[in-house]
Design a binder for this molecule. Structure first.
Ligand code: S3P
Length: 420
């Protein structure tokens, strides 16, 4: 896919439903009593993997466009699947489902594509083992074989890594544990699981004793998908872009603060939504010039983890560039994003320096055209498509179809708001 340089971005768009929230809505609806209607369910392949796995676990599901109707089977009412559950490319599907399956009385196998089979799973194996679930794998990676001795034991757990997936896995397992399971987070991460559990009636102080009752949910647009458009509009002087109905959960909006700090105009008009998550219409206006430096380290790295690829591209456009540290988690995403960001920006002739062991810095640079491989990573594909808009003579994105993981139609929407 060739993305040519742009003058500005103008217009009004919506983005697909939030991926993180959609996974949770579907899984928690499946564990509830009664029928839930989920509106604006994420259209990407990751959230389709979640529905497919739930279907294979005996959950009745109807899909009509982006409306998904799920009839809950109760906390322990899932059926043994006929074969391994294929989570595709989706870490959230695998790690959260592991929490649910830990509380079922049958054996099951969780697996995924080549990328997912390389991602670290010890982070969920350890706490689930403490809860008396058995996850077997010779290498601490998927495929994971799940077997449990029920009832599970409630635990109080402090994870080593800042990961919403690990936290959510434990909380979902906690629904089937005797007593109260708690996760103490060293660094706060997105709280969608906690919000969704409470929306369905769970008591977070007594997860094991909680019953879940079906309740319809509106999913707001995905701020991590909107981020590519917000960044592009912010970097191209003269741009004015509205993105309607975007999730503005405070655990996800650090990206907006970063852009504001370098001079991008961001207005948010809050709108009402039938669900546990706040939503708003976001209007982005570009300054004539971006000023200041972006610094991402410590707790901020966790809050911005999915936005670092696009912020690295933004870093080439602001006066002070960008410095990223404490980003080890970037190396275990769909691809080693740290490596790919550094290499691809260099191929565009940006000034980039590695900051070992897990960081890098980028100075304000003119971007020249390049071929950017997506390496099977949706966010890398989209970040470097935006780099194409900002470059001298465009970017060829190789294997652009990976954007379908979270944002089918990304390139068409981008083209529809691009002025040249
Ligand atoms: C997610 C949590 C984050 C994030 C991923 C989605 C979630 O992963 O990078 O895109 O939905 O819980 P980690 O929990 O591995 O940090």
């Amino acid at each position: 896919m060739r993305v040519l340089p742009a003058k500005s971005l103008e217009g009004s768009i919506t983005v697909p439903g939030d991926k993180s929230i959609s996974h949770r809505a579907a899984m928690i609806a499946a564990m509830a009593e009664g029928t839930t209607v989920i509106r604006n369910y994420a259209s990407g392949r990751d959230c389709a993997s979640t529905l497919k796995c739930l279907w294979e676990l005996g959950v009745p599901i109807e899909v009509s466009g982006t409306t998904v109707t799920i009839t809950g089977v109760g906390k322990q009412g899932f059926q043994k699947p006929v074969g391994p559950l294929d989570c595709g490319n989706s870490g959230t599907t695998l790690r959260l489902l592991a929490g649910i399956l830990a509380g079922q009385s049958f054996e099951s196998i969780l697996t995924g594509d080549e990328s997912l089979k390389k991602r670290p799973m010890y982070r969920i194996i350890e706490p689930l083992a403490e809860m008396k679930a058995m996850l077997l794998s010779p290498f601490n990676t998927a495929p994971l074989k799940m077997r449990s001795r029920l009832p599970l034991r409630a635990i109080e757990y402090t994870p080593d890594v800042a990961s919403a997936q690990v936290k959510s896995c434990i909380l979902l397992a906690g629904l089937n544990a005797e007593g109260s399971t708690r996760v103490i987070e060293p660094v706060p991460t997105r709280d969608h699981t906690e919000r969704m559990l409470e929306w369905f009636g769970a008591d977070l102080d007594n997860l094991g004793g909680s019953e879940l009752t079906a309740r319809d949910v509106d999913i707001p647009g995905d701020i991590s998908s909107a981020a590519f458009f917000i960044a592009a509009a912010g970097c191209l002087p003269g741009s004015r872009l509205e993105i309607k109905n975007v999730g503005i959960n405070p655990t996800r909006t650090a990206f907006l603060d970063v852009l504001r700090s370098i001079g991008v105009g961001i207005d948010i008009e809050e709108i009402s939504a039938d669900g546990p998550e706040p939503a708003g219409n976001i209007t982005v206006t570009a300054p004539d010039q971006l000023i200041g430096k972006i610094t991402i380290e410590g707790a901020r790295t966790a809050a911005l983890i999915d936005e670092i690829p696009i912020l690295s591209v933004v870093g080439t456009q602001t006066e002070g560039g960008i410095e990223v540290r404490d980003a080890k988690e970037l190396t275990v995403k769909e691809v080693n994003r740290l490596l790919v960001i550094v290499d691809t920006l260099r191929s565009m002739l940006a000034w980039v320096k590695e900051l070992p062991p897990d960081g890098f810095m980028v100075r304000q640079s003119k971007l020249s055209g390049a071929v950017a491989h997506s390496f099977g990573d949706h966010r890398i594909a989209m970040a470097f498509a935006i780099a194409g808009l900002l470059s001298d003579d465009g970017v060829f994105v190789e294997e652009p179809e990976w954007v379908d993981i979270s944002y089918p139609g990304f390139f068409d929407i981008l083209e529809s708001v691009t002025k040249r």
